[in-house]
Design a protein. Structure first.
Length: 194
């Protein structure tokens, strides 16, 4: 019977290829499990209204994948160009899109109006509504694209009426003040759904 001479197993090329495959798979698994590179962007800590100046206290930093981060406001953006104001509503928990931010003042004006009726439960801070003038015989649209800044239901002990602080376009200020000077009341009518 002939004996084969068996050399050291560590010199076998199959062993080297096996070790190389294990190392490559470990490195690839680590890269995949790490996920995409994260970039810090801002998320609204509460509902932010158009025209409001952005402060870091109103925002929370969160990580998003680098591929989509350019769409959102980053920490360097807020520090770079001084006062930043919003041009549209950013609801609590939403990422602050660059398109929602402007660098100049808003064209709106905040006015407190007494309400002739209760506000629908679907209307809340930040919603866009229509402002109607009402009396015993007629109703007339006074301003559209009105932003609700604050609602006061008038539940106080002195029996004060419900009021709403709304942001209207400057072009509508005269019409609203004309109604405020008379005996007619205001009604908020929900606009487009969010």
């Amino acid at each position: 019977m002939a004996r084969h001479r068996i050399g050291p197993r560590w010199r076998d090329p199959r062993l080297a290829i096996g070790v190389l495959l294990v190392c490559v798979s470990a490195i690839a698994s680590g890269a995949l499990l790490a996920g995409p590179e994260q970039v810090q962007v801002y998320r609204a800590a509460s509902t932010l209204l158009p025209g409001a100046a952005l402060n870091e206290s109103d925002l929370v930093l969160v990580g998003v994948p680098r591929g989509i981060s350019s769409q959102y406001l980053q920490q360097s953006d807020l520090r770079r160009s001084g006062d930043k104001k919003l041009r549209s509503v950013v609801y609590e928990g939403e990422l602050v899109a660059r398109t929602a931010v402007q660098g100049e003042t808003d064209d709106g004006c905040d006015v407190v109006v007494p309400l002739a009726t209760r506000v629908p439960s679907s209307v809340e801070r930040g919603d866009v509504v229509e402002l109607w003038r009402v009396n015993a015989t007629s109703a007339e649209l006074v301003a559209s694209q009105v932003m609700v800044v604050r609602l006061d239901t008038g539940q106080g002990s002195l029996g004060e009426p419900a009021t709403a602080e709304v942001r209207i376009q400057r072009a509508s200020v005269g019409d609203v003040l004309l109604v405020l000077g008379g005996d007619d009341g205001f009604v908020l009518v929900p606009g487009e759904q969010k």
